[in-house]
Design a binder for this molecule. Structure first.
Ligand SMILES: [Zn+2]
Length: 276
């Protein structure tokens, strides 16, 4: 019964959509016939983002890995409802990347698509293409890389981080290493011992706020590694993870001694936030 209902909903949602394709060098945009101008804009932005992200991740020399039959497919559904039904995403979701099929999906009226979702999901795919699935890649690195690709948010990330440092309410790096925030809900309560005030009692956060702060810190950490030490070291670090090095080992072989331990990394990162 449920399956029939879902099928009926899908038929209804796609009744008015005739899918068409627009092909570029690295992408194929699939869109409903009426959204041609949006699809053109997406293709233009995607190609622009491709070189920008490859450059800041230091992957420029791998610039041909998404051509011809390896092109990434972007699917633009006509509206949020058809997107979330077809891709089995929660109602609040605005976009997604499928790492194995190399697909990005969102919907036509999404106002955040071009500036936020597209670069974010592209960076996830490019990062995964490079580091693979075998190595020890922490969630903060994966999400940090994707958020740093949202160039327009960088200043906001820096400003917010300064506020949290001032309040001394940051999640310690060690805690970030072991937190899996993917399944957190607002019912979860977190007690966090701030590394900036180790003698104080823990501060308490609801799940959603913990996740937001975790994401913010992830973006800031990746920004710190790239801005302070350059893309070459960052690529080296990612290559180390890809080749099976543990995180600490990869840090050690790519970065100066002062940031080659978790404690050193955290201390220099906190300094960078205050100086920026
Ligand atoms: Zn993400």
């Amino acid at each position: 019964m449920v399956a029939t209902l879902v099928q009926l909903c899908n038929v209804e949602a796609f009744a008015s959509c005739e899918w068409e394709e627009l092909k570029g060098t690295h992408f194929i945009v699939n869109f409903c016939k009426d959204d041609l101008s949006f699809a053109r804009e997406i293709l233009r932005e995607a190609e622009k983002n491709y070189s920008r992200i490859a450059h800041y991740l230091g992957y420029a020399r791998y610039s041909n890995f998404w051509t011809w039959e390896h092109r990434v497919k972007i699917y633009i559904y006509p509206d949020r409802r058809s997107f979330s039904q077809a891709r089995k995403r929660p109602q609040w979701s605005e976009g997604m990347a499928d790492y194995t099929k190399k697909e990005i999906a969102s919907y036509a009226q999404s106002k955040n698509f071009l500036e936020t979702i597209l670069p974010h999901e592209m960076a996830h795919l490019m990062f995964r293409d490079f580091v693979g699935f075998q190595g020890e890649v922490p969630l903060w690195l994966d999400e940090g890389v994707a958020q740093w690709a949202e160039a327009k948010r960088r200043q906001e990330v820096k400003a917010l981080m300064r506020v949290f440092v001032k309040r001394k309410t940051l999640i310690p790096l060690k805690r970030m290493m072991t937190s899996n925030v993917r399944n957190v809900t607002n019912r979860n309560i977190f007690r966090v011992y701030s590394s900036l005030r180790p003698e104080a009692a823990p501060f308490v956060m609801r799940g959603n706020n913990f996740v937001k702060l975790y994401y913010l810190q992830a973006a800031s950490l990746v920004g710190f590694l790239i801005e302070r030490f350059g893309t070459e070291r960052f690529t080296n670090f990612c290559r180390g993870l890809r080749d099976g090095k543990a995180l600490r080992e990869a840090l050690k072989s790519s970065y100066p001694q002062s940031v080659s331990t978790m404690e050193g990394l955290e201390a220099e990162w906190l300094q960078y936030i205050q100086q920026e």
